[in-house]
Design a protein around this ligand. Structure first.
Ligand code: NAI
Ligand code: 13P
Length: 333
């Protein structure tokens, strides 16, 4: 497998920009594709992505472009759009992307209309490209700052996976190789829904015990769905599962947790979303995950509670009461 020198990053939100920094730090030449002309201009002229990663001085070597073909002319491509737009990004890439170029999915979510994992959506549009998944406990601002971070990098082809680890890894971003693409996606998608629940706990002042209980029983939900979809337990207990769940459910740096906290304080969803330009994936994945769970016969009461609050106008206190009065059961997955 030849070395990967030029990395294209598709999507210049906080995470795409942070990954561009990580790839640059690893010695790669980076081209960052942004939808917004002001982001292209800001990255190239002021070396800052003010709309999505304000206050971070970017490596001047990172070049931004609005031209998808230019970004696609790379040895590997990182796909970092929001999950609900990933399929459209792949469709736009198909005519300009060489079929041999590895594509690394960095979005976290489940597609609403289809229930597809991101790799299934990407595969449908880019059937020839080798696919990989990069996921784990990774707040963008910390990765951009070069703080120590570890991720799961899953790829079915071990040689491609190894080349990606070598191309992107360094002392501050440490990828652990896996071949479990399903497992690497389920944790990152479901934890965003669970982080909204943990935010509600925070906003309603239900205490740290309740948050720990939600994290633990939330992990059981991730495990049940993951195993039903063919994931391996060790992946779900690794960086992309337990690791990311722990991070996102413990810090108001998380957009999902802070959104849940606002709801817990009595604010309305539309109002909270209206104040943000950044994506809180759990808002969309909640419904997708509940539909998938119903299809697969998997019990996910916490995710269902979040979906009821977000999408079905359920009263927050009634939903909390219903969770607290569920019948007692044996522990375990
Ligand atoms: N920010 C973080 O710390 C991390 C984010 N991720 C994941 O990365 C993905 C991207 O998130 P962020 O970079 O944080 O986004 P962001 O919230 O910083 O920015 C929003 C992004 O959405 C894009 N966007 C908005 N409307 C769009 C549309 N109609 N079509 C296509 N794109 C549109 C914008 O161009 C921008 O790139 C998400 O799936 C997220 O869960 C994963 C790990 C860490
Ligand atoms: O995925 C993330 C951390 O791993 C970022 O979480 P938020 O999208 O909730 O900010």
């Amino acid at each position: 497998m030849r070395g990967m020198q030029r990395i294209g990053v598709i999507g210049a939100g906080a995470w795409g920009t942070a990954l561009a920094m990580a790839a640059g730090r690893a010695g790669r030449e980076v081209v960052l594709w942004a939808r917004e002309p002001e982001v292209v201009e800001g990255v190239n002229a002021s070396h800052e992505n003010r709309p999505f990663l304000p206050g971070v001085a970017l490596d001047p070597a990172i070049r931004a472009t609005g031209d998808l073909e230019e970004a696609a002319a790379a040895d590997a491509l990182l796909l970092v759009t929001p999950a609900q737009h990933l399929r459209a990004a792949c469709r736009a890439l198909a005519p300009v992307l060489d079929g041999t170029v590895p594509v690394v999915i960095c979005a976290k979510g489940i597609e609403l209309d289809t229930g597809c994992l991101m790799t299934d959506a990407a595969q449908a549009e880019l059937p020839d490209n080798p696919l990989a998944v990069l996921s784990g406990p990774t707040f963008a601002a910390e990765v951009a700052a070069g703080l120590p971070t570890a991720v799961t990098l899953a790829c079915a082809d071990a040689a491609v996976g190894r080349a990606l680890v070598d191309a992107l890894g360094g002392r501050s971003l440490r990828p652990y190789l896996s071949d479990d693409l399903v497992g690497a996606q389920v944790g990152g998608a479901v934890k965003n829904v669970l982080a909204i629940a943990c935010g509600v706990v925070e906003g309603r002042r239900l205490g740290d015990n309740a948050r720990a209980a939600l994290i633990t029983r939330g992990l059981a939900e991730i495990a049940r769905l993951g195993l039903a979809l063919g994931a391996r337990a060790e992946t779900l207990m690794g960086l992309s599962g337990l690791g990311d769940l722990t991070l996102t459910c413990s810090s108001l740096q998380s957009r999902n947790m802070s959104l849940g906290a606002a709801l817990g304080q009595g604010r309305r969803l539309a109002e909270v979303l209206g104040e943000r330009r950044s994506v809180a994936e759990g808002v969309y994945t909640a419904r997708a995950v509940v539909e998938l769970a119903v299809q697969r016969g998997v019990d996910m009461p916490i995710c269902q509670a979040v979906d009821a609050i977000l999408n079905h106008g359920a009263d927050l206190d009634s939903v909390i009461e219903a969770l607290l009065t569920r019948p007692f059961r044996a522990e375990g997955v």
